[in-house]
Write a new protein. Structure first.
Length: 227
């Protein structure tokens, strides 16, 4: 079993009957969605509904036999399981290389508990040292957003599809992948990004995750905000 799958199998133990479960997006959490669907189909779990964070996760959930729901049908999500692109001390994270950062953050903020599943290669001592920071922007005036992002000390690259066309999110926006030498003050950077018109959301996920399940080839490590 590869580490990603091992982490997702561990996360499944936190799901109980009747839960509303937020379903993240990305290559890691796919294992969780499939495993959750199997548990429901086999009768190990009952009355579980999923709130997907992307069109892709919604399709996978439905194909796996899960009942999906939206915010018109649920008031609060019991538990969300999602992946991460970088995990720093205190469970500060960069997310969004899968393109679903806005919906992922909406679901996370409306959840009683957020659990992150990842392989050990996602651990970093400082955010921005391995992964670029995805920043979702409006298509209108995206050039102005790019100039602003450069002023913050990064190299922003407009995300494109394999055919060269501009990548468009499920929300109809664009994404800049912003390469920093390292993010010294994630809280201040998050404040600056949040205050700028045209920037819809960033992949900085701060003070959101309650714990992370980080797997290697042999075991799963449980990490919390305080270590």
């Amino acid at each position: 079993m590869e580490p990603k799958q091992r982490a997702c199998e561990a996360a499944l133990k936190y799901v109980t009957d009747g839960m509303i479960v937020g379903l993240g997006t990305g290559s890691t959490v796919k294992f969780f969605i499939v495993a959750l669907g199997l548990a429901v189909r086999s009768g190990k779990l009952r009355d579980v509904r999923g709130v997907p964070t992307s069109v892709a996760s919604e399709r996978l959930a439905q194909d796996s036999g899960l009942t999906v729901a939206g915010f018109s049908q649920v008031d609060r999500i019991d538990l969300t399981v999602d992946g991460a692109d970088e995990i720093a001390p205190g469970l500060a994270m960069i997310k969004g290389l899968g393109g679903a950062l806005l919906r992922e953050k909406i679901v996370a903020q409306n959840s009683r508990k957020l659990i992150i599943v990842a392989d050990a290669g996602k651990l970093v001592s400082k955010l921005g040292t391995r992964s670029p920071l995805p920043v979702e922007v409006t298509s209108f005036a995206y050039e102005a957003s790019e100039r602003f992002l450069r002023q913050l000390g990064c190299v922003p690259t407009l995300r494109r599809r394999s055919d060269g066309a501009i990548y468009v999110t499920d929300n109809g926006n664009y994404i800049f992948d912003c390469k920093f030498a390292g993010i010294d003050d994630p809280v201040e950077l998050d404040r600056q990004l949040s205050a700028r018109a045209g920037i819809v959301e960033s992949g900085l996920f701060l003070n959101l995750a309650e714990l992370a399940l980080v797997a290697d080839d042999h075991s799963v490590r449980i990490m919390t905000r305080d270590g």
